[in-house]
Design a protein around this ligand. Structure first.
Ligand code: ZN
Length: 203
């Protein structure tokens, strides 16, 4: 399986990093080795001194497909969860300056802790989901799924033009404003509609 992610999909987060609002989705992939399950710890990597949390809703692909039309995209999705897109911001900044790809900043081992996956019909309206992230008990990020620049069907359609989506792949949908650094000893807790779905200690 793979994790297909979108950068810059919430306007307030685009602004906080002084980036431009994208005209097409900014896509990147994390491999299976990035995924951490069952509330296991995130091991702070030795190659970075500025790892940031980015809390994101994600969706699970239920059917293999490519070139999926947006109006059929929801037939290809069956689950929802919340995860963290850990980003080595210092490595990413160097990559941006050199015009290099983002993999070493985004796709490294353990960079995608994920919650258990719930059925999609847990929610009546997927564009009306509140979520937030606490760091050491203080809320640092608050998001609402209706604020995405590119909607889930648009993302599935766009991503599947380039990459076949397979059963079990995960679609990360971007982070709202409030990203910031973690340190060893921190604990992150991700909530969906005020229910704790994911705990992530940093070790
Ligand atoms: Zn992200």
């Amino acid at each position: 399986m793979k994790v297909v992610c979108v950068g810059r999909n919430y306007a307030q987060h685009v602004k906080e990093l002084s980036n431009a609002i994208p005209e097409t989705p900014l896509i990147f992939i994390k491999p299976q080795t990035a995924v951490v399950k069952n509330n296991r710890a995130f091991n702070y990597p030795g190659f970075s001194k500025d790892v940031h949390y980015e809390v994101e809703l994600f969706f699970r692909i239920a059917k293999n497909g490519r070139d999926i039309p947006a109006d059929q995209a929801m037939e290809y999705v069956d689950g929802i969860g919340i995860g963290i897109d850990f980003t080595a911001r210092d490595v990413q900044q160097q990559s941006k300056e050199k015009g290099w790809p983002w993999e070493t900043a985004k796709a490294f081992d353990h960079s995608a802790p994920i919650s258990a996956i719930r059925p999609l019909d847990t929610f009546e309206d997927l564009t009306n989901i509140h979520f937030h992230l606490d760091k050491n008990g203080t809320t640092v990020q608050k998001g609402h799924s209706g604020d995405m620049i590119f909607s889930l069907p648009e993302l599935v359609a766009y991503m599947s033009r380039y990459f076949t989506l397979n059963i079990g792949d995960l679609i990360f949908t971007g982070t709202p404003a409030g990203v910031g650094p973690v340190e060893v000893g921190d604990t992150l807790e991700a909530y969906v509609e005020d229910q704790l779905w994911l705990t992530c200690p940093v070790t």
